[in-house]
Design a protein around this ligand. Structure first.
Ligand SMILES: [Zn+2]
Length: 333
């Protein structure tokens, strides 16, 4: 819209309305209204305030206008609220920082797909460079494009696909998905990352990746991350903070009694499990602590029991006899 456009420019040199220009600039109803009165050639153009009868600005009318909702504003803010909520969630996703950053950039529209490039004013082909069938958006690349669909199908992660769904809706689905096995659920961030890398490899290097290798990589990397992270959580417990669903405060044992907290890290029946224990006195001062790895056990409770027996033997070897044993896994007792 040309803000310096004047009414006089709508009048021809013969003194009549320029009908073609009116039709170009106004909706048909307004064209009819304008044509209902003759143009005034001798009245100079002036600025008029549209919200009073006299066309003169008043503070009252200005305040009234400011209080009116901007058309479409409520929808925009609802979507923005969703995006902001997801952006906050992204930083808490259990994965490596580079994947969290990637997801945050995807939610911010800052990834190299045609849709984002066009929004930033670049004149590029909007069609997906891999399948050449749909618009190239981040939701298409990570969920809808042929290769991505194959990954989600094989992993049986339940995703509802639809033309009206955007990246936010897809992300909400996978972040709230709790009907699949823990190994696949934990691997979701690595699957998204793998799909993104595979799509780029196809676009920029012509490499057609294998979905099975992609999935195996994602499972392996997420498993390793969880393993390393759980060990770190055990380590953190020495600082009186046990992680896992919020901070849990260490409570003091009775005076003259020591407290031994134990924790076992168990991933699956094929992997070695880890264990750690720490003995503290009534003031919270650390007396002894140790960590070790054990041969694979059939389940988490067996791992926790093995860790408990090891901790009891160790503490006995240290000639500590008056001690309580605590574990977060209540099933053990
Ligand atoms: Zn595609």
């Amino acid at each position: 819209m040309d803000l310096n456009f004047k009414v006089s420019q709508l009048i021809t040199s013969e003194g009549a309305w320029n009908i073609d220009l009116l039709r170009e600039l106004f909706v048909p109803e307004d064209v009819v209204r304008i044509l209902s009165f003759p143009p005034s050639r001798n009245v100079p153009d002036a600025l008029l305030w549209a919200h009073t009868k006299e066309g003169v600005y008043t503070v009252k009318s200005g305040s009234w206008l400011q209080a009116q909702p901007f058309p479409g504003m409520s929808d925009v803010s609802a979507i923005q609220k969703k995006v902001n909520r997801l952006k906050t969630c992204v930083w808490k996703i259990k994965t490596v920082p580079k994947i969290r950053m990637f997801l945050w950039r995807a939610l911010s529209g800052a990834v190299a797909v045609a849709e984002c490039s066009i929004q930033h004013g670049l004149n590029v082909d909007p069609i997906c460079k891999v399948c050449k069938q749909d618009l190239e958006s981040i939701s298409h690349v990570l969920f809808e494009c042929e290769k991505a669909r194959q990954v989600w199908d094989v992993t049986c992660i339940p995703i509802v696909f639809g033309l009206a769904l955007g990246f936010i809706e897809y992300m909400e689905q996978i972040l709230e998905c709790n009907t699949i096995g823990a190994n696949y659920r934990q691997a979701i961030p690595w699957l998204l990352w793998g799909i993104w890398k595979q799509w780029n490899a196809k676009v920029y290097a012509g490499n057609t990746g294998d979905k099975d290798i992609l999935i195996a990589h994602a499972l392996e990397e997420s498993e390793q991350w969880y393993k390393a992270n759980e060990e770190e959580e055990v380590h953190k417990s020495q600082g009186l903070v046990a992680n896992g669903g919020g901070e849990k405060k260490w409570s003091r044992p009775p005076r003259d009694i020591l407290k031994c907290n134990i924790h076992a890290s168990w991933l699956n029946s094929n992997s070695r499990c880890g264990g750690a224990w720490i003995v503290r006195d009534n003031r919270g001062d650390v007396m002894f602590h140790a960590r070790d790895a054990f041969v694979p056990t059939s389940n988490r409770i067996a791992a926790e029991l093995r860790c408990l027996i090891w901790a009891m033997k160790s503490v006995l070897d240290l000639r500590v006899t008056c001690v309580e044993f605590w574990t977060e896994n209540l099933s053990v007792f």
